[in-house]
Design a protein around this ligand. Structure first.
Ligand code: UDP
Ligand code: GLC
Length: 429
C-alpha cells in the first residue's frame, strides 16, 4: 500500500521566502494575504512546530536543532526516531521530547537497495502514521534529517500540515545511494513546502537533483555560540592542557568530529608522519556505527610509528576548552563538507584553522585571510600547511584574529535563529 502524495506549492513559496530572508535579513515580513492587518498579526504569532530528527546522537544537524528547539520550547515538541544523549540535551533546555524508534527503520542505511527498503515497509508505515498523528496538533512540521524527511513527507496526505525541511547534506552519489536520492527527489518535489539549506553547496546539489533553481533556495548557515568560547580563558594554554590531560609543551593540532571515513582522520595521521614532534588530538567518537574505522585509525597510528603523538580523546562535551588548548585546528573531510560547524567553532576559538577546500567550506574560509585551505585528501599538502603555520606564528595569529571576527559576524546564533523562525513563519502561512 502506497500513500498518495499531494502536490506542493514549493516552486511558489521559495522566491517569497528568499525575498524576505536573503535580500534583507531582519526586515519585517511583507504581507501578501487578503488583509494586511490579518497578515501582520499572523506574522507576529509564533507558529507551533513539531520538529522531527532521526538521531539520538549529537551530530552537527542535531546541534543546529538543539539551538532552534531550545529557542521554541513554549509551543513546540521534538520527535526523535532514536533515543540517545540528544534527548537529554533537549530536555535540559526545557524542550518537550518524544522518542519513537522502530528498529527496522533505524537500521536502513544511506546506501540501502530497493529490496531492503521494501522489507521495512511495515515499520515505515507505522512511523509515517505516528508522525502524521502527532503533526496534526501543530502548525508546521519541521524535518531535520533525511529519514525524518521521508517519514514526515510521506504522511502529508494524513496530516496536511506545511512541511519545512532543513537540508544538512550534499545530495550526491558520493554521500548517498541511488534509491535514497530518488526518494528525496520526489518527496521534495511533491510533499515539501519549504526547503532551507545549510550552505550554497548543499543548495547546488538540491538543484542538480530536483531541478529547483539553487538561487531560490534560502541558505541559512548554522550559528555558533561565541559566548561559549569567550567563557574559556585560552591565554594560559598550559593550565588548560593540564586540566584536559594533554602534553603542556607540545605543538598540538586538533581534529574535531565523529570518527568516520569521509571525515578523513586517516589523512591527518598520514600528515602527522611527515611532521616530527607535532602532536595530534582526535576529539570525537564513531557515532553512526563506524567502529571498524576507529579501530583502523588506532592500527594506522601504530603502523606509521606516531601512536605516542596521537591522543584519542573520544567524544567531549566541552569543545570550546578543547579547541582553545590547540595550536591549530584541522578539518580533513575527503568528500565535500556540506557546512562544517567544527570549522566555525575553531574560528570562534581564535585558533588558526586548516580546512579541506570543498563543499560549504569555501563559503566559510577565505584562504590566507581567515584560515588556510588545502586540497581534500592530500596529506602532503596538509602537512605542508601545518608546517607553514607552525613556522610562522605571526601569520597563524593574523588568521585567527580575522577568523574570530568572521565567526561572530557571519555565523551568529542570533542571525541563525532569526532567519530560521522567519522561515518557519513563512512556511506556516
Ligand atoms: N562535537 C562535540 N564533541 C566531540 C566532537 C564533535 O560536541 O567530541 C560537535 C562539534 O563541536 C560540532 C558537531 O559535533 O558542533 C559536528 O558538527 P559538524 O557540522 O562539524 O559535522 P557533522 O558531524 O554534522 O557532519
Ligand atoms: C551535517 C553536515 C555538516 C553540517 C551539519 C550542520 O551533519 O555533515 O557539514 O555542518 O549538518 O548543518
Amino acid at each position: 500500500m502506497r500513500p498518495t502524495i499531494e502536490a506542493s506549492p514549493l516552486a511558489h513559496s521559495m522566491p517569497r521566502l528568499q525575498s524576505t530572508l536573503l535580500d534583507s535579513p531582519g526586515a519585517p515580513v511583507s504581507p501578501t494575504g487578503p488583509s494586511q492587518a490579518a497578515a501582520m498579526s499572523r506574522a507576529h504569532t509564533v507558529p507551533s512546530v513539531l520538529f522531527v530528527d532521526q538521531s539520538g546522537q549529537l551530530g552537527g544537524a542535531e546541534f543546529a536543532l538543539l539551538q532552534l528547539a531550545g529557542h521554541c520550547t513554549e509551543r513546540s515538541e521534538v520527535m526523535l526516531l532514536s533515543d540517545g544523549p540528544f534527548r537529554t540535551r533537549l530536555e535540559a533546555l526545557g524542550a518537550r521530547v518524544q522518542v519513537m524508534s522502530d528498529a527496522s527503520v533505524s537500521g536502513i542505511e544511506r546506501q540501502a537497495s530497493w529490496s531492503k527498503c521494501l522489507r521495512v515497509i511495515p515499520g515505515i508505515l507505522r512511523q509515517v502514521r505516528a508522525i502524521a498523528e502527532r503533526a496534526r496538533a501543530f502548525d508546521v512540521l519541521f524535518l531535520n534529517t533525511q529519514k525524518a524527511l521521508v517519514l514526515g513527507a510521506l504522511g502529508k496526505p494524513l496530516h496536511r500540515k506545511p512541511v519545512i525541511w532543513y537540508q544538512h547534506d550534499i545530495l550526491t552519489r558520493e554521500h548517498f545511494g541511488r534509491v535514497q536520492l530518488a526518494i528525496v527527489k520526489w518527496l521534495v518535489r511533491l510533499a515539501v513546502d519549504q526547503v532551507v539549506v545549510n550552505s550554497q553547496a548543499s543548495a547546488r546539489s538540491l538543484s542538480a537533483l530536483t531541478g529547483i533553481a539553487a538561487d531560490t533556495v534560502p541558505v541559512i548557515y548554522n550559528g555558533i555560540d561565541a559566548a561559549a568560547f569567550n567563557r574559556i580563558d585560552g591565554s594560559d594554554t598550559g593550565a588548560l592542557r593540564r586540566r584536559l590531560g594533554l602534553p603542556e609543551q607540545a605543538w598540538i593540532a586538533g581534529l574535531f568530529g565523529r570518527l568516520a571515513p569521509w571525515k578523513g582522520q586517516h589523512v591527518a595521521l598520514e600528515a602527522l608522519a611527515r611532521l616530527p614532534g607535532v602532536h595530534l588530538v582526535l576529539v570525537g567518537a564513531p557515532l553512526f556505527g563506524e567502529d571498524a574505522y576507529a579501530e583502523r585509525l588506532h592500527a594506522q597510528a601504530q603502523a606509521l610509528g606516531v601512536a605516542d603523538r596521537v591522543h584519542f580523546a573520544g567524544f567531549q562535551d566541552d569543545v570550546p576548552a578543547w579547541m582553545k588548548a590547540m595550536d591549530v585546528i584541522l578539518h580533513t573531510s575527503t568528500e565535500p563538507e556540506p557546512f562544517g560547524r567544527v570549522i566555525v567553532e575553531g574560528m570562534a576559538a581564535a585558533r588558526p584553522v586548516i580546512a579541506a577546500a570543498a563543499g560549504g567550506v569555501t563559503e566559510i574560509v577565505r584562504h590566507a585571510r581567515n584560515g588556510w585551505l588545502v586540497k581534500p585528501g592530500d596529506s602532503a599538502a596538509l602537512a605542508e600547511a601545518i608546517g607553514t603555520l607552525r613556522a610562522d606564528p605571526a601569520l597563524a595569529q593574523r588568521l585567527a584574529d580575522q577568523a574570530v571576527m568572521d565567526a561572530r559576524s557571519e555565523f551568529s546564533v542570533e542571525t541563525y535563529l532569526q532567519r530560521m523562525t522567519q522561515a518557519i513563519k513563512e512556511a506556516a502561512r
